[in-house]
Write a protein that binds this ligand. Structure first.
Ligand SMILES: O=C(O)CCC(=O)c1ccccc1C(=O)O
Ligand SMILES: [Mg+2]
Length: 345
């Protein structure tokens, strides 16, 4: 990613000092409405800079090197703001975690009316293809006309992915996100589905956001589209550059962000020259609380670019104190030093 533009410190602005960052940082913990990625709450650091609010919320198990891109994205939002939008609203999908099929109607309800695309999590550890099939069938039964995409989070082997997708394709799939691990895995799944006459489009997610080279999967011809997330790619501008270089259609998605992080995702989706797919930015519906009284939630299947009012951010009710707060502050300190000096103290 060395040829991507540097976003921090921002052009024309003084370098962002660690003490300044820590002075305006707050740490929050938000309960979820439903278990997601094995957790029931989401923690985040929010920073209020001259250009607005930024969010720093790499998942706890990520090391500092991986967290650095998330930090750059946070500083971009707080110190540089976002590029000009080319559209006023973006369509979003509902996201259905790996819940029991019987809970699907309740989960979908959280996204309100007008949802035209649904992403269903599959291949969850400890579950079977029958569970996935029942969950996708339940979504199809609720929304007969919806576009349905599945996300395996690389949880299948190549043969499992081929078997799984041949079966789930009967529900009519828009695409399959990261059905297997790695560029080779995606390539093999895609090839085998094509040769079986069931060419479900393949989307790369982990092979973009966790890869050393986010463009490699596109260059290899292993995917039909790319999933792009602002934080792991290091900001809106870097994500725009990744999409441009990949030369594939892009789906913008969240990392289970608060409304502050979702706002950055909306900025990316709104700035992309083409937006052929609904965005995975409806995930606010999975949060039982948020950092504002006016959270970014889909209305008629869309998020409006101007829907987020930065002045409405009031994290006080969800502030995190104690050892977890200290852990986050320490993480900001380490990652900031990594950004400045290429290593933590
Ligand atoms: O894209 C969506 O619909 C929601 C976002 C999502 O699935 C997600 C959220 C947090 C971490 C990983 C992922 C993922 O796409 O794999
Ligand atoms: Mg994914």
């Amino acid at each position: 990613m060395t040829d991507l533009p540097t976003v921090t410190p921002s052009p024309g602005l003084p370098p962002v000092g660690l003490e300044y960052v820590l002075d305006c940082a707050v740490v929050v913990r938000l309960p979820l409405t439903v278990r997601f990625r094995g957790v029931t709450e989401r923690e985040a650091v929010l920073i209020h800079g001259p250009a607005g609010w930024g969010e720093f919320a790499p998942f706890p198990e990520y090391d500092d090197a991986e967290a650095l891109a998330w930090y750059r994205a946070c500083l971009e939002a707080a110190w540089s703001g976002f590029p000009e939008p080319v559209r006023a609203s973006v369509p979003v999908n509902a996201t259905v975690p790996a819940v029991e099929a019987a809970r699907v109607p309740k989960v979908l309800e959280g996204y309100g009316h007008g949802i035209e695309a649904v992403k269903v999590k599959v291949a969850e550890a400890g579950q079977t293809l029958e569970d996935d099939d029942a969950r996708v069938a339940a979504v199809r039964a609720e929304l007969p006309g919806a576009k349905i995409r599945v996300d395996a989070n690389q949880g299948w082997t190549v043969p499992e992915a081929v078997e799984g997708l041949l079966r789930l394709a009967r529900h009519d799939l828009e695409y399959a996100e990261q059905p297997a691990a790695g560029i080779d895995g995606l390539y093999a799944v895609r090839e085998q589905l094509h040769s079986r006459g069931v060419p479900v489009p393949i989307a790369a997610d982990e092979s973009v956001r966790k890869a050393e080279d986010p463009i490699a999967v596109a260059r290899a011809g292993a995917a039909d589209l790319v999933v792009v997330k602002v934080a792991p790619l290091g900001g809106v501008r870097r994500a725009l550059s990744v999409v441009e270089q990949a030369g594939l259609p892009a789906v913008v998605s969240s990392a289970l962000d608060t409304s502050v992080g979702l706002r950055a995702g909306v900025a990316l989706a709104a700035a992309l020259p083409n937006l052929p797919y609904a965005c995975g930015l409806g995930t606010g519906a999975l949060l039982a609380e948020d950092v504002t009284a006016f959270p970014l939630r889909p209305v008629n299947g869309e998020l409006r670019v101007d829907a987020f009012d930065p002045d409405s951010v009031h994290p006080d009710p969800v502030l995190l104190e104690g050892p977890r707060r200290d852990w986050w502050v320490d993480r900001v300190r380490r990652v900031h030093e990594l950004m400045e000096h290429g290593s933590a103290r």
